[in-house]
Design a protein around this ligand. Structure first.
Ligand SMILES: [Mn+2]
Length: 334
């Protein structure tokens, strides 16, 4: 499926749209939910009579739940009707659509992917607007607004700004296009201080405990010039992996059993990704998940997968893959 022009969205006559669903990935993060929120506004600008639902398979993260009070929208965890238009935003791996994927496949509606994750072959979509260089799906949504010459209301501009800031570590890793988009959103009334405030969360006790336990159980490995770190933890694997990188690891793997499967999260520094050329999503998560029987993927510095093998075995396999990509032996530092 070839890339398509943002200005051609929604790839059908808007007059034909009675209902639409904008679908987030499982456990929607702020980029997914707020991109969906903005996408809903965009669809209703093209088809004001259209009823839009935001699909949230498996619910949303705690921060998203907080933001959804500030940016409320009709939503559903389950597919309830045959929508005329289905737009999947920020999804990456189709597995993350959960049972929405099969429903979408059977749907007679137009199916569009709006994303910044790498494109997979053989997807359920009829059309795709994907920019892998974008740091957030929200940037791609903005592009559709701008190319179509549609107004961005202040509230929608604020939602998009917060989505971009969330996915770019508060703009630390935003590219020129992302920054230009941010300026355009500020010009439309979005507020930076408000965004910083709204993206802040009160500490979650479970997350704090997971991160500290993760640190307590950490193992250190030397891989050539690089330092890898691993930990086993039953929840908040992504937070724990990120914390290990904050502590100084170049690359970190956190794994644990949750809801009958092993979840593995990988994080690395930007420096590691650039100097080593190892992309955690494509080179490690996808590869190891395929080998162990599982699903996963992600970005160069942030990725995850799930599998049925034990957490210890998943961590071992992941570390071995990283070491072999780097071309060094793995040495545990004790
Ligand atoms: Mn995203």
């Amino acid at each position: 499926m070839a890339q398509e022009r943002p200005e051609d969205f929604p790839f059908t006559d808007p007059k034909s749209l009675r209902t639409a669903a904008v679908i987030c990935h499982r456990n929607a993060d702020p980029d997914a939910y707020l991109s969906a929120y903005a996408m809903s506004s965009l669809i209703r600008k093209l088809a004001p009579w259209c009823r839009v639902t935001i699909g949230t398979p498996g619910g949303v993260t705690a921060l998203t739940a907080k933001l959804s009070k500030r940016f409320p929208h009709e939503g559903a965890e389950k597919w309830s009707e045959d929508y005329d238009l289905c737009v999947a935003v920020d999804v990456g791996d189709e597995e993350l659509l959960d049972d929405w994927r099969a429903k979408m496949e059977d749907s007679r509606g137009v199916k569009v992917l709006v994303d910044h994750h790498p494109i997979r072959e053989g997807g359920v979509y009829d059309h795709m607007i994907v920019d892998e260089a974008a740091t957030s799906a929200a940037e791609v949504v903005c592009r559709i607004f701008f190319r179509k010459g549609l107004d961005v209301e202040r509230d929608v501009a604020q939602a998009l700004l917060e989505a971009i800031m969330f996915d770019s570590s508060h703009l630390t890793i935003a590219g020129p296009e992302g920054l230009r988009t941010v300026v355009a959103l500020l010009d439309r009334g979005a507020d930076l201080a408000e965004a910083r405030r709204e993206l802040r969360m009160d500490p979650d006790y479970g997350e704090v405990l997971a991160k500290l336990k993760g640190a307590q159980r950490l193992k250190i490995f030397r891989v050539g010039e690089w330092v890898a770190s691993t930990s086993l933890i039953g929840s908040f694997q992504a937070h724990v992996a990120r914390s290990l990188v904050y502590l100084g690891a170049d690359v970190a793997v956190a794994a644990g059993e949750s809801e009958g499967e092993t979840r593995v999260s990988l994080r690395s520094t930007q420096r590691f990704a650039e100097r080593s050329g190892v992309r955690l999503g494509k080179d490690v998560a996808e590869h190891v998940a395929a080998k162990l029987g599982g699903h996963g993927g992600g970005h160069a510095t942030a990725a995850s997968y799930s599998t049925k093998v034990e957490p210890e075995a998943a961590v071992d396999e992941t570390l071995r893959r990283i070491a072999s990509m780097l071309g060094y032996e793995l040495k545990e530092v004790t």
